[in-house]
Design a protein around this ligand. Structure first.
Ligand code: FAD
Length: 337
């Protein structure tokens, strides 16, 4: 079924709660109807905005053209082997509903990614990650429709070119590629992943939790640290954690011995952007309707009727001060539309 709305307000369709209007908003769980609608409504296929739940975007313009929102939510078990299970899921399903489903069926892998807001279709776009894992590890393939040509195809995990909060889908050249289904390869005999210290600390020494207990612990930690977008507008981590050379990190460590670093690729380390922002004194900062979340400096928040301009101005000031103090340039994790 397809629904087409004209002049559709997007305030409820982005977790920052910013105002913008879609000239056309198309919601569908049917590929053929979608392609027919795009052809018959004379839509500029090169100027489409594909969105899930809008939890990783910042709408900076008052009007966007045509928004496409997939709402296909079917889960299908494709294949079961001795150790693993292949599962196909529609792009429109709520990510955490899918994680809950996998955990309740005893399929392991995604439990550390519990409670991340968003849709299944958006998960591969920035290769969502948290608490010691990222979705790329569990994605077998992604099925896509190129809305500019109506071509349908499947990309293997390698073809998706996943990186840290990155994938091929982020390349502006592929903005007309609608992720329609994601195929996951999960463990039938799950081994829990407690590599993330904060998560490990939730359990007493020596205790071996199951994936359900890991999911519950992740949810507990996330609720204690992150603002609920239903209450305070935000898009989660505003900036990526910067990756710098091991050599630059060593020099910074001489000045800031307490600076946390995490191993990335050989010769590079990742620094928590939240720590850098906090050191520059921004944690808990508030001006008008915008601010930096008091419990997590990586999250910029909309306390009421903030504009995109206010959010971006604050982001600019943060980037500038981190650059000045640490010589590190923060990059945005969210997509500015
Ligand atoms: C409180 C909070 C906590 C968060 N925590 C984390 C975290 O721990 N780890 C993490 O990685 N992220 C986190 N995020 C970011 C966000 O949840 C993820 O990026 C999520 O995958 C976005 O899903 P969405 O459906 O809302 O995507 P949207 O925001 O709607 O879109 C994001 C991008 O994906 C594209 N897109 C969306 N759907 C499709 C589709 N079907 N086909 C093609 N392109 C599409 C959009 O064009 C856009 O470029 C958090 C956000 C919030 C608000």
């Amino acid at each position: 079924m397809i629904k087409i709305f004209q002049n559709y307000p997007l305030k409820q369709s982005n977790s920052f709660g910013l105002d913008s209007i879609a000239h056309l908003f198309i919601e569908t769980d049917d590929q053929k109807e979608l392609l027919d609608a795009l052809n018959t409504n004379n839509i500029d296929q090169n100027n489409l905005l594909l969105i899930g739940t809008g939890s990783n975007i910042l709408l900076s313009v008052p009007n966007v053209g045509t928004v496409i929102h997939a709402v296909n939510t079917d889960i299908t078990i494709l294949e079961v082997s001795r150790d693993s299970v292949l599962i196909k899921c529609g792009a429109g399903l709520d990510w955490d509903e899918f994680v809950e489903w996998t955990v309740s069926h005893g399929y392991g892998g995604l439990e550390n990614l519990s409670l991340i807001p968003g849709s299944v279709g958006a998960a591969p776009i920035q290769n969502i990650g948290a608490y010691g894992t990222e979705v790329a590890i569990w994605v077998e393939s992604v099925s896509v429709i190129d809305l500019s040509t109506s071509r349908q195809f499947t990309l293997s995990r390698d073809e998706c070119r996943f990186g840290y909060r990155d994938s091929l889908f982020k390349d502006p050249a592929y903005r007309s590629w609608l992720v329609w289904e994601v195929i996951f390869l999960l463990d039938k005999d799950p081994r829990v992943n407690l590599t993330y210290t904060l998560l490990k600390q939730e359990f007493s020494t020596g205790y071996q939790p199951d994936i359900k207990e890991v999911r519950e612990a992740v949810i507990r930690i996330r609720r204690s640290k992150l603002p609920d977008p239903a209450e305070i507008g935000n898009a989660g981590s505003f900036f990526k954690n910067p990756v710098i050379s091991a050599c630059q990190a060593r020099l910074l460590r001489e000045q800031y011995p307490e600076m946390p670093t995490y191993y990335h690729d050989p010769g590079t380390v990742k620094i928590p952007a939240g720590w850098l922002i906090e050191q520059c004194g921004w944690k808990g900062f508030r001006e008008g309707h915008v601010g930096v979340y008091p419990k997590q400096a990586l999250v910029l928040v909309n306390y009421g009727s903030a504009t995109a301009y206010e959010v971006l101005s604050l982001a600019d000031r943060i980037v500038e001060s981190v650059k000045k103090s640490f010589g590190i340039k923060l990059e945005m994790e969210i997509r500015v539309i």
